[in-house]
Write a new protein. Sequence first.
Length: 394
Amino acid sequence: MTTSRTTQTTTGATSATDRNGRGVVKPTPAELMEDTGSGLDYGVRPDRMPGFLTPTDRFYIRSHAPTPRLDPATWTLRVEGGGVHEPVTYTYDDLWNRFPHVSVVRTIECAGNRRVLFGEEVGRPFAGTQWGRGAIGTAEWTGVRLRDLLEPAGITTEACEVMPEGLDEIRARRPLPLDKARADDTVVALAMNGEVLAPDHGFPARLVVSGWLGAASIKWLGRIEVSEAALYVPWNTEDYVVIGPNVPADEHARGPAITALPVSSLVELPWPARLRAAPQVIRGRAFAGENRVVRVEYRIDEGPWQDAPIVSPQTPGAWVRWQIFWDPEPGEHTLRVRATDDQGNTQPDSSSWNELGYLQRSVLAHPVHVESATRREPSHREWEIASRPSRRVA
Ligand SMILES: Nc1nc2c(c(=O)[nH]1)N[C@H]1C(S)=C(S)[C@@H](COP(=O)(O)O)O[C@H]1N2
Ligand SMILES: [Mo]
């Protein structure tokens, strides 16, 4: 049980901070999630994802301010700005009942995912959220296409950018080009994995921008501005931009804004991993932003690169699963995986350094310790049973 303190914010919403100093609502047990130490940001444990979708109870949380508690009875979403003829305000009920719904399976990944490993690669830690490999997840998102909500406001012929705004304390904002805003799979989601959105993931409504950095998928939507001019806000001028040598800055921004994410991959084992010396299946995922993953390869120690079969559909905007068989010898091993997308991009041997430690994508050397004894990682099922809350009988 957690007790919670609620605070009134400037947005009129309340936000919760529990007695552990966490600004999030859902439980974040260490068996399922990795605590980055910020009190707001929790990664999924890569070895705790039993299916293609990431269960909502362990889907990573990245929030810059405490989760706001919004009342759907009074909540509204307003579409306005110089790029519309007539501003429109929607209620929660409007979104459920006045518009067609779509369901899309899409991966969301934070641009800072793997920042700790990136710091280890370049020999100096980065500031910012201390992510391991868990700032990524895939869900089925159900809601209204953003373009269906923009159209009734009458988009002007000069409109070029769309900027969703959140109702959290920081009023998170990140502009999108009009074309991306109007894409088939840019969705104002009301539900996640078949359930009404959880507070931490943006209830009552969040944007889902396929293949782009997580920061584009604004949670707790309250306002959408349509503009006839380029918009400059902290999230495309100072944060979520690539700052570094040989990267152009200009009078508006410290570097180019990050949009679609590069190809990367993940092994579904703890870091470092402990395995038993027995034949076994090793699983993982690979994601390529707006592109498709077409190939995954693996290499054990100094052995040859070999194909890791992809065992799930190749949907743009969603990760794929791959798996291999391995009968490891006792001792210390290194497992490397590299994915390639349909544009011919393969994960490189090193990532390009940038000040904020975004876009780690180099091939990781996953440390694996293999024990000769029978010791092994508990199975998913054993974990679920061991961590199940005891049920109360009414
Ligand atoms: N309003 C608002 N939206 C937000 C954020 C935020 O702090 N406030 N964080 C963004 C970032 S950086 C990421 S990576 C994703 C994370 O979504 P999740 O917490 O549902 O996993 O939400 C994005 N949307
Ligand atoms: Mo993020």
